[in-house]
Design a protein around this ligand. Structure first.
Ligand code: ADP
Length: 470
């Protein structure tokens, strides 16, 4: 069977039919058993009353007893027998009396209560008969007076059961058909909503990502949740696609500027013959632009590999205080050139587990920024603090600070507070985004606090290296 709808309905139909059949069979058996035992109770009650009739051999006794027992309702009949089983009286309506069998006679003579048995009349109709013995003074040590029988044709009971069965066989399939119809509609509605999700998924492309969303009518909580999750997935995809597009546009733009400068300078130089000194000047300027381009490409590659989580494979134990001192020593000439006091302090050894080059890059970018954006004769401090589970490196400067409106954006790619100044200083707005990507790839965080005119503090928190288990 092809369609999921038909398969689901078939499964539902089989289960529902089995449940309905089991319920119907149980109900029928309970009713059949109940009506048989009700009939037996009635037979025994009537037999008990009939037994009280001591003079059953008298003429007219049967008729008056029949009246007392209201035998006409239900078609009951009476029979009396002598102690040896010879017929002694019977209901007038009983045309063909039932003989008292030897076995029944002996069983009834032997027992105080009724002997119940099923038999058939001359026409083959089922009859149930209750037989009891009657002793003088109801004392079984005294002489046996005879036997009393109350019988009833089972046709009425069987007709009731047949009619019940007939109704069950009519109503059961109707209930089944109604359930299948409703099942068909419901399954169709659910699968319709799934088809909408599938249809949307199929129609999505980069260009239509922002326009395609799934709508499900309220009322079906599960389907609404599925649609909601699917739409959230599309939102996330759209956001990351937009970031990616912006990144590519920004990167292209950043590359175009040095290339345009390069081409312009070369074109101007080639317009007429130049002296060797002039060519040298153009070449020097070109080299600067090429260096800027190389730095940009290198930064883009670092970001791409940090995003992809590369470099994490080469993790080792890195002592951050020693690394901070190494980076500070490498940047000392730049600090000295601006007469900036650069200091590193650490309470104790602070080990983290990570990529040494990546962590050196983090510290270099932050210390370099602090030196680069601070005016002459300010100070830059690096503090390594060991906390219980974290190692914190704080890079603080007494520079110009960052205005509050820029603070939330400075970790974004290509974001620069003062574009012209930052470019003159050699930055493309990627330094802090590289710091963020590298720190996060180490499971850490980076925060910034700054007061305009007072300085800036960057705090890098990295998880401590786990102690080796011997
Ligand atoms: P860039 O490569 O331009 O330096 P970054 O991502 O490193 O880009 O920094 C983003 C911006 O944050 C810079 O343009 C700069 O204005 C600001 N900034 C970063 N560090 C500091 C600092 N220590 N003091 C003041 N401003 C800073």
């Amino acid at each position: 069977m092809k369609s999921l709808r038909a398969r689901l309905l078939l499964g539902f139909g089989i289960l529902f039919t089995a449940a309905l059949g089991a319920f119907g069979a149980l109900a029928y058996l309970l009713v059949a058993h109940g009506s048989s035992s009700d009939l037996d109770d009635l037979l025994k009650t009537k037999l008990f009353i009939a037994k009280q009739q001591s003079d059953f051999r008298k003429t007219g006794a049967v008729a008056s007893l029949e009246q007392a027992l209201d035998v006409d309702r239900g078609g009951f009949f009476l029979q009396f027998f002598g102690p040896d089983g010879t017929p002694a009286g019977k209901s007038a309506k009983l045309v063909n009396p039932f003989p008292l069998s030897e076995a029944t006679r002996l069983a009834a003579a032997d027992r105080g209560d009724a002997v119940l048995e099923d038999t058939v009349d001359g026409k083959g109709n089922a009859v149930r008969i209750a037989t009891a013995s009657r002793y003088e003074m109801f004392d079984r040590s005294r002489p046996l007076l005879g036997f009393v029988q109350v019988g009833v044709p089972l046709a009425a009971r069987d007709a009731r059961l047949h009619s019940l069965l007939k109704w069950m066989l009519i109503v059961g399939p109707l209930v089944l058909l109604t359930a299948l119809g409703m099942g068909w509609l419901h399954i169709g509605r659910w699968l319709g909503a799934l088809a909408t999700v599938e249809d949307t998924a199929r129609r999505i492309s980069a260009a239509t990502l922002s326009r395609q969303r799934v709508f499900v009518a309220p009322g079906d909580a599960e389907l609404a949740r599925l649609a909601h999750s699917f739409n959230e997935l599309l939102d996330r995809l759209e956001a990351s696609y937009a970031t990616q597009q912006r990144f590519v546009a920004d990167a292209s733009h950043e590359m175009r500027t040095p290339l345009t400068v390069l081409r312009g300078e070369i074109e101007v130089a080639l317009r007429r013959p130049r002296s060797p000194g002039e060519y040298q000047e153009v070449l020097n300027s070109s080299r600067e632009e090429i260096e800027r381009l190389s730095r940009l490409v290198e930064n883009l590659l670092t970001l791409a590999s940090a995003d992809a989580g590369e470099g994490l494979a080469q993790r080792e134990s890195v002592e951050l205080a020693a690394l901070a001192r190494e980076v500070a020593t490498a940047l000392a000439p730049a600090a000295e050139a601006k007469r900036i006091a650069l200091s590193v302090s650490a309470d104790q050894a602070a080990e983290v587990h990570g990529d040494r080059c990546g962590l050196a890059r983090v510290l270099t970018n932050l210390i370099e920024n602090a030196i680069r954006y601070s005016p002459n004769e300010e100070s830059v401090r690096v503090r390594v603090i060991a906390e219980a589970d974290w190692t914190v490196v704080e890079i603080s400067d007494t520079g110009p600070g960052i205005a509050p409106e820029h603070l939330p954006h400075i970790f974004e790619r290509f974001y620069r507070v003062d574009k012209a100044r930052s470019r003159d200083l050699g930055g493309a707005g990627l330094g802090l985004s590289i710091v963020k990507a590298l720190v996060e790839s180490h499971g850490g965080t980076v925060e910034v606090k700054s007061r305009l005119g007072h300085g800036t503090v960057f705090a890098v928190r990295l998880p401590k290296a786990p102690t080796a288990v011997s």
